[in-house]
Design a protein around this ligand. Structure first.
Ligand code: ADP
Length: 494
């Protein structure tokens, strides 16, 4: 049997030799392979040895007639196409044969062209059948491949030690692996299919994932992260990304989770250690600082052996150390959540005015113009700790002065913004490259470039600012680029 439709092998069965040979000649000219048999038995013997695609049978033969032979051929191989040749007298039988599955019939006597047409049509049918079978096989293979791929991905996800969550564009969970259930302290019986809020109660987290699911985040930027606290004592760092298909459409989001509890504990131990050491150092250093001041005071105006310049330097250094220790202690307190809030109702406009007035001297020493814009002039009251607010805006204004050149302009603006008060500290100074925008809020991080290299600092100012803003349920945002200056925007709830 052919497995392509290019050529056919045809068996011609007729007891009339002339017809048999005539048909054979016509078919051979059509470049088909032809086998011939003079009776049904001979035909069956041939079919026992050879596979054929098409059989042309005379209906009326001595011994086994065409009808019986047709039935035997069908029993043998129902894929063989059968064409019946018949005299007019047996046309009903031919129709009967077709009812039983014969493909066509040719009444005798027939023209060669008639035979050619019928055979060509049978050939075409066979070709289409082979093609359809090939397509079917291909489809089955593709489906099987897809199935295998799907189960492979599922198995990989299921055995992944990292917690993984996948959402669709509506923020519904479509996939979560056992590591996710375990990380979120959910039972094994929890299944996907609901809104994310049904699994994770943290609103901020759900909001971040929803934005990612809708493709509202910049996928070229670093994957956004979110720190989640589970059951009060387990810390997870979630990192998410929108899933974009080949047509650049967002399909949902994928989020992975890392357990950072041990890092947090270590961080806490480190903070406690730093706080302890700072505390122990502060009193002796303050004593040294005071004693140096006394030595300087006694020596001033007298001719003495004391090198006043050296002592002045030593006093400055101890002062810097004392303020570093102060910053460290502040930070430890903020991070431990134990900051002693002296909560009061505060006129933020007045507070900003006093900070700006106080810092003006410093700005003037660099010929900088420091100004305050309040709109409206009388701001709503904030309920907050004035020391915390002074620390936040004092640090931001000090930074604006420090990291701007001579003659720069610095503006502090405040205005109500919905349920918040928005305070912006803007300078047209050196600016900060976007790649540092997150890092500068980390402890001790300082940008070292040609502009900032010789400016002294501890790298603790912004972490203190952020810690305080966070503790007041506010937020801080930075817009800045190198050479363009910086704007720190603080939102504080009224
Ligand atoms: P410090 O000022 O003691 O170095 P901060 O935490 O206050 O520490 O600031 C961290 C870093 O952020 C600074 O070293 C500086 O490089 C950068 N920075 C902060 N504010 C500004 C600003 N207004 N303009 C440019 N750079 C700034």
């Amino acid at each position: 049997m052919v497995d392509t439709a290019d050529s056919l092998k045809i068996l011609v069965v007729d007891d009339e030799r002339d017809i048999r040979e005539g048909v054979e000649r016509i078919l051979k000219r059509m470049e088909y392979g032809v086998l011939t048999a003079g009776c049904g038995e001979e035909a069956l013997t041939i079919l026992g040895k050879e596979s054929v695609d098409l059989a042309i049978l005379d209906l009326k033969m001595p011994g086994m007639d065409g009808m019986e032979l047709h039935q035997r051929i069908r029993d043998l191989d129902e894929n063989i196409i059968v064409i019946i040749i018949t005299g007019y007298a047996t046309i009903e039988t031919a129709i009967e044969a077709m009812k039983q599955g014969a493909y066509d019939f040719i009444p005798k006597p027939f023209e060669p062209e008639h035979l050619r047409i019928v055979v060509r049509r049978a050939h075409e049918k066979l070709r289409l059948k082979i093609e359809a079978e090939a397509l079917q096989a291909e489809r089955a293979r593709t489906l099987m491949d897809l199935d295998m791929e799907k189960s492979r991905i599922r198995t990989i996800l299921e055995s992944l030690p990292t917690a993984v969550l996948v959402t669709n564009t509506s923020g519904e969970v479509v996939l979560m692996n056992p590591a996710f259930l375990q990380s979120l302290d959910l039972t094994d019986s929890v299944t996907a299919g609901n809104k994310l809020e049904a699994y994770v109660a943290d609103e901020g987290f759900c909001e971040m994932v929803l934005k990612l699911s809708r493709g509202e985040c910049d996928n070229s930027a670093d994957a956004p992260t979110y720190e989640l606290v589970v059951s009060g004592n387990k810390y997870l760092m979630a990192r998410g990304q929108s899933v974009i298909n080949e047509n650049n459409e967002c399909m949902g989001a994928v989020v992975t989770f890392a357990n950072i509890t041990s890092l947090k504990m270590l961080d806490q131990l480190k903070s406690e250690f730093v706080a302890k050491v700072s505390h122990e150092l502060r009193s002796p250093l303050s004593t040294i600082h005071e004693q140096l001041a006394m030595v300087l005071k006694e020596a001033s105006g007298h001719e003495t052996d004391v090198d006043q310049h050296l002592i002045e330097r030593a006093k400055e250094k101890t002062h810097a150390l004392i303020s570093l220790i102060g910053d460290l202690l502040d930070l430890s307190r903020i991070e431990a959540g134990g900051i002693s809030h002296n909560i009061q109702s505060i006129q933020i406009g007045d507070l900003l005015k006093s900070i700006v007035d106080f810092m003006k001297v410093r700005a003037q020493s660099k010929n900088q113009l420091l100004s305050l814009e309040l709109s409206p002039e009388t701001m709503p009251h904030l309920t907050a700790d004035p020391m915390a607010l002074e620390s936040i805006f004092g640090n931001l204004v000090a930074n604006a002065i420090n990291y701007s050149p001579q003659g720069a302009g610095i503006v502090v603006k405040a205005a109500p913004d919905g349920k918040y008060i928005k305070v912006q500290v803007t300078d047209n100074g050196f600016g900060i490259a976007p790649k540092y925008h997150q890092q500068i809020f980390e402890r001790f991080y300082r940008v070292k470039d040609a502009n900032t290299r010789y400016i002294t600092g501890t790298g603790l100012g912004l972490p203190i600012v952020k810690g305080l803003v966070d503790s007041m349920n506010g937020s801080i945002k930075l817009d800045s680029d190198v050479g363009k200056g910086s704007t720190f925007t603080v939102l504080l709830p009224v």
